[in-house]
Design a protein around this ligand. Structure first.
Ligand SMILES: *Cc1c(COP(=O)(O)O)cnc(C)c1O
Length: 440
């Protein structure tokens, strides 16, 4: 059994998080319930920031908030002096409502609408990460019309794709995101923006993958981007001051995952940038990173109540819980793996093999293919670990199941930060259909 952050087992054999008994949380707030260990979030944020401080380099650590977007987490991110990545008008609106410092908001996306870009100008956010030529033209038009400046980064595809255990260099990257570095698109984007009166080109951005356990991909990407920026300075006399290397730092979902310490990814990245910059005679740029999963992933745990069981003789035992793909689609979507324990019997011997099924009408709605747990009965509380990233944020109302509640725990305190969706919430956008009779 592997516990995360402030998790512990108390005298009653119950899982606690942030000093709070999870069985009590399940009783008070109902299940499924997302529980976030806020201390862990803060510690991660500080670990990333400290590495930059130790290396004495200009930086921004932006929380890539598509991993989990809510007013409360944005407020904690602000307390930790993080910057914030948003990818839609909805996320931007949430950040504004949370009172997040606007100058530290970065706007991403491969198809931002004109309305979304207007919102970014109106809120005077920190920067827009520009993805394509269509967006360049839209931004020029808007900034000229509003006579308003906007900082921009150009998102480029460096031809490096990082996967969990390795990376590949691809010649021409087939990606829907960004300007290709190799085929001249990035250069063209630079030429179309660097001397614009309102668009202030700060630098380059890339994001090479997610759930990465190795620093090589980041180093290769850093090298390519610094060389490009240095080349532009020589050729055009324009210096980019920011290098954003994205997110993707891996976390431990199961025993199979062996991530590096967050600081290690960042330290190797910084040292590469320093080395390559020195070699090119380029002033070391600020480095920005965008962790999502590694800030909220293992900080989140989902509590479920166990209900029906089914045994397929000689094959497997199914145990069904009161949620599933509506609150965590990752197993069904891409075979993601999770570990779990029984929160109310955490010290009982785990000697039974179960398949944890959800309650939604899809055979593929299974949360864990093979979980070794103590013998279960209806009413037990199952805690599934590492659900904090891309769980709630990808939740749906499939089967008209309301999305779960979210609770933050810290220092023995617990607080509801997202209310459970009620049946009334589920029909709140529905309207009755009245047949119109022709000719009347
Ligand atoms: C999703 C995303 C991230 C965060 O990725 P994680 O794997 O959650 O760290 C960062 N930057 C960009 C551009 C992204 O799209």
């Amino acid at each position: 059994m592997h516990l995360y952050g402030t998790q512990a087992i108390n005298d009653q054999g119950h899982l606690t998080i942030g000093g709070t008994d999870t069985v009590e949380l399940a009783k008070e707030y109902g299940t499924p319930l997302f529980v976030y260990d806020i201390q862990l979030f803060r510690d991660r944020a500080k670990a990333f920031q400290k590495t930059f401080e130790d290396e004495a380099i200009g930086y921004q650590v932006a929380y890539a908030s598509k991993a989990f977007s809510s007013i409360a987490i944005y407020q904690v991110a602000a307390e930790e002096k993080l910057s914030l990545d948003v990818v839609s008008g909805g996320e931007l609106y949430t950040a504004v409502q949370a009172g997040f410092p606007k100058e530290k908001i970065h706007f991403h996306g491969n198809n931002k609408s004109e309305a979304e870009l207007r919102m970014a100008f109106k809120e005077e956010i920190g920067c827009i990460v520009v993805d394509n030529f269509y967006e360049i033209e839209l931004l020029k038009k808007l900034s000229e019309e509003l006579e308003q400046p906007m900082n921009i980064l150009l998102r480029v595809t460096p031809g490096v794709e990082a996967h969990t255990h390795d990376y590949i260099t691809t010649g021409q990257e087939d990606s829907k995101f960004g300007f290709d570095l190799k085929n001249g698109q990035a250069e063209e984007a630079f030429l179309r923006t660097y001397d614009h009166p309102f668009l202030k080109l700060m630098g380059l951005h890339c994001h090479i993958g997610s759930q990465i356990f190795d620093t090589t991909g980041f180093q290769v990407a850093a090298e390519k981007l610094v060389e490009k920026m240095s080349g532009w300075e020589e050729k055009h006399g324009y210096r980019c001051t920011v290098l954003n290397l994205g997110g993707g730092f891996g976390i431990r979902y199961t025993d199979e995952d062996q991530p590096l310490e967050p600081a290690v990814y960042v330290r190797d990245m910084i040292r590469t940038v320093k080395k390559v910059s020195a070699a090119a005679g380029y002033k070391v740029p600020e480095i920005w990173i965008e962790p999502g999963r590694s800030l909220v992933g293992d900080a989140g745990t989902t509590l479920y109540t166990v209900g029906s069981m089914k045994e397929v003789p000689n094959l497997r035992k199914y145990a069904a819980v009161d949620g599933g793909m509506s609150d965590n689609i990752r197993p069904a979507l891409y075979g993601a793996k999770y570990s779990s324990i029984l929160a109310n019997k955490a010290t009982s011997e785990a000697n039974e093999k179960y398949t944890i099924a959800g309650k939604l009408c899809e055979s593929g709605d299974k949360l864990i293919e093979e979980a070794i747990l103590p013998s279960m009965e209806a009413g037990d509380i199952l805690s599934v670990f590492c659900t904090g990233a891309y769980g709630y944020s990808m939740a749906s109302n499939y089967n008209r199941i309301g999305r779960p509640a979210v609770v933050f725990v810290e220092n023995g305190e617990h607080q509801l930060v997202v209310r459970r969706e009620s049946n009334e919430d589920l029909i709140s956008h529905d309207m009755s259909y009245k047949q119109k009779v022709k000719g009347k």
